[in-house]
Design a protein around this ligand. Structure first.
Ligand SMILES: O=C(O)CCC(=O)C(=O)O
Ligand SMILES: [Fe+2]
Length: 227
């Protein structure tokens, strides 16, 4: 399942990220790629242990913490500290699948990558091309979102970034280990949660239907979650 989430960052937060990223060092994106994807990857990244990357990582993690849609779609257990990338004119990322397990350098921290995310930091009129092309269960989807918006999709999907043909595309990207690793089960839970939210717009919270649906939602999570 692929979910686009609007306004994960405020315009002020986007502006602050851009200001910090303008002044930081960028290196070849191959530094965090696996063997296959290193051959496919032509972009730039901020070194993940740099103070700028750590500061902005915290900012993005805070924004994720207040986002209900991300919580519902990803059912996050652990989030790999967000990284920052950039594609200048001519840069691209050929088709690949993300590494299944990622270790944070210098720590014992490892996560299984269940959900991949791109949080856009450039507006659509700042560049041409640069679509994130994802092979989803329902076909191929081509994603380009305004700054501050984010797409989440299963890490098992084959995906690529089309060449940027004008300007520069900046983003934050990261992986989440979900409490529910199966994408099909996560999709059912997300749709279930969205239906409960709809029902609660017209029914009181103590309505037997709302109580029953909410109980079943949590009992399904109890069945499927691995902590
Ligand atoms: O830049 C993006 O939107 C995706 C990056 C990506 O797929 C990766 O780093 O594995
Ligand atoms: Fe990727």
């Amino acid at each position: 399942m692929l979910v686009c989430i609007a306004e994960v960052l405020t315009p002020d937060e986007v502006a602050y990220c851009r200001e910090v990223l303008e002044a930081t060092e960028w290196v070849d994106g191959k530094v965090t790629a696996g063997e296959q994807s290193a051959k496919a990857k032509f972009n730039l990244q901020v070194p993940e242990q740099s103070p700028q990357s750590r500061e902005l990582s915290e900012l993005v993690l805070k924004a994720l913490g207040r986002n209900q849609t991300f919580a519902s779609a990803a059912l996050p257990l652990r989030v790999y500290p967000p990284l920052f990338n950039r594609y200048d004119e001519g840069m691209r990322f050929h088709a690949h699948v993300d590494n299944s397990i990622r270790a944070l350098p210098g720590t014992g921290f490892r996560i299984r990558t269940d959900v991949s995310s791109t949080l856009f930091l450039s507006d659509c009129d700042e560049y041409d091309g640069g679509e994130l092309v994802i092979q989803d269960t329902y076909g191929t989807q081509s994603i380009r979102l305004p700054a501050g918006h984010m797409v989440v999709y299963p890490s098992s999907s084959l995906h690529s970034v089309n060449p940027v043909t004008r300007g520069s595309r900046w983003a934050s990207f990261f992986w989440t280990q979900s409490a529910v690793k199966d994408d099909g089960q996560r999709t059912l839970l997300y749709n279930f949660d969205m239906s409960i939210i709809e029902a609660r717009k017209t029914l009181p919270d103590d309505h037997p239907a709302v109580l029953g649906l909410t109980a079943t939602y949590h009992n399904l999570i109890r069945q499927w979650a691995e902590l």
